[in-house]
Design a binder for this molecule. Structure first.
Ligand code: PMP
Length: 484
């Protein structure tokens, strides 16, 4: 039953009683009371298509029947719901299913640590693990990274200032730190990494590990080029540095492969997993190669490491994604949505770049009226992978000549248009207009100027078309208001 008074009252009490640090609740003043699949219904009777999906948690959408059935089965069985880290049949089945999905070379020698239920706790565990195993302290992490909100995870995230963390450039096309983008920008990022490690006076001591997201999510949706990821694997492997892949957001089919590292064939030493692996309930684990397993008992403890309902829901989700080819579905549908968004970009100069992989999609909004950001080198964009083409490829080379991928000096580089300044206010107007049209989207990126879509992998073609229609309409309205 729609109840506008209850809706208003709940929102009013939330604003009065909850922390100033609350996040999603500010931009999304809705009161969900029912949900199924992609759809959420609010207390006031409004219905929304949910492309936030619990910040990318809901691989199967809300209340998927196989998830509900798995939860009910545990409840009806009389099994204990809280067991610390004791062995149970439910945990055993979850571990078997999870190992089944891992890259073979890791699965054959994998160990698993059940962590406190948040992704950030698994990041802490991973950092502790590699520090114990290597006896070293420092960590290599990337610009734009997001790994969580606890101290260690925050330290390796992009906003941090931590002397134990050496910061490396994550490759990106539109705002490439080297002004190049594409394969050459990524190559320079790899060379910089190598030189920091090999230069005895770089100021970066031998690290305990390197942590990266195969697609940066919160940082603004940047898929790592496969070749660059392979270079990171080679650089770390040859120097005995454990590589930690944070697949908290990219895992379980989201990017079009079951795990995002599979696109490149890279096998990390450690994988940090959370979000979708709990089938909508809290669950986080670290999986890693057995030779790293030298930390002592209690090295990473916690009361809530045995959530039986989450393990059952998670096992059911993993199996469903695997058996129904939902990663492949995410790849196909994601490519189509990216293409459609790029053609939308052709009509909207306020779209700076459309990026993504699978169903992890970002639309960076920029201020077309402002002068382009200054960059003395120029930015010929040869996408490192097809999913990262600039929104306005024609506009990127003012000479009209295609960039020469083999050019070696800046003299050879074409004069290019530069990225426009980010437009966070426009992005938040788009988010508001989306909500008015019954569409929930997330904002992300350095300046919260990237509109993010993270729909469930179960989204139908018709629903995807409805999402893009609403987004296009919202964008047109917000852009008009912004320009006018
Ligand atoms: N790593 C990545 C890549 C994430 O996207 C997130 C959350 N967005 C985290 C870690 C932290 O997870 P949690 O919020 O569950 O602590």
């Amino acid at each position: 039953m729609a109840d506008s008074a209850a809706h208003e009252g709940i929102l009013r009490r939330q604003a009065a009683r909850e922390s100033a640090a609350r996040t999603y609740a500010r931009a999304l003043p809705i009161v969900p009371v029912r949900a199924r699949g992609l759809t959420i219904e609010g207390a006031d009777g409004s219905r929304y298509l949910d492309c936030l999906s619990g910040a990318g948690t809901l691989a199967l959408g809300h209340n998927h029947p196989v998830v509900l059935e798995a939860i009910r089965k545990v409840l009806d069985s009389g099994a204990p719901l809280h067991v610390l880290d004791l062995a149970t049949p439910v945990k055993d089945a979850f571990t078997t299913e999870l190992f089944h999905t891992l890259p073979r070379a890791l699965a054959d020698r994998a160990r698993i640590q059940f962590c406190g239920p948040a992704g950030t706790d698994a990041v802490e565990a991973a950092l502790k693990l590699v520090r114990s195993a290597t006896g070293r302290d420092g960590v290599l992490a990337f610009t734009g990274a997001y790994h969580g909100m606890t101290a260690g995870a925050l330290a390796v995230s992009g906003g941090a200032r931590d002397v134990r963390v050496a910061r490396l450039p994550y490759p990106q096309d539109y705002r490439c730190p080297f002004g190049l983008g594409g394969a050459r920008g990524a190559e320079l990022s790899a060379r910089w990494t190598e030189s920091l490690l090999d230069d005895t006076k770089s100021g970066v001591p031998a690290p305990a590990g390197m942590i990266l997201e195969p697609v940066q999510g919160e940082g603004g949706v940047f898929p790592a080029p496969d070749a660059w990821l392979r270079r990171m694997r080679e650089i770390t492997a040859t120097r005995g540095i454990p590589l930690i892949a944070d697949e908290v957001q990219t895992g379980v089919g989201r990017t079009g492969a079951f795990w995002a590292v599979e696109h490149s064939g890279v096998v990390p030493d450690v994988m940090v997993l959370s979000k979708a692996i709990g089938g909508s309930l809290p669950l986080a684990v670290v999986v890693y190669r057995d030779d790293l397993d030298v930390w002592p008992p209690g090295a990473h403890a916690g009361t809530f490491r045995g959530n039986q309902l989450a393990m059952a829901a998670g096992a059911a989700t993993l199996a469903y994604v695997r058996e129904n080819g939902l990663a492949e579905r995410a790849a196909t549908l994601g490519s189509r949505m990216l293409a459609q968004l790029r053609s939308l970009a052709a009509d909207h100069p306020c779209i700076g770049e459309v990026r993504g992989r699978g169903l992890m999609i970002g639309v960076e909004l920029v201020d077309p009226a402002s002068e382009a950001e200054q960059d003395p080198v120029g930015s010929p964009i040869t996408p490192a992978h097809p999913e990262a083409a600039p929104a306005h490829p024609k506009a990127t080379t003012l000479t009209g000549m295609p960039p020469d991928p083999l050019a070696t000096s800046s003299d050879d580089l074409p004069v290019t248009a530069q990225p426009r300044p980010p437009a966070p206010e426009l992005a938040s107007a788009v988010q508001r207009e989306c909500l008015r049209r019954g569409l929930i989207v997330e904002l992300g990126g350095r300046h919260s100027s990237v509109v993010r879509l993270l729909p469930p992998l179960t989204i139908t073609d018709e629903q995807a078309a409805a999402v893009l229609d609403r987004l296009a309409d919202a964008l047109a309205t917000a852009a008009r208001a912004h320009d006018g």
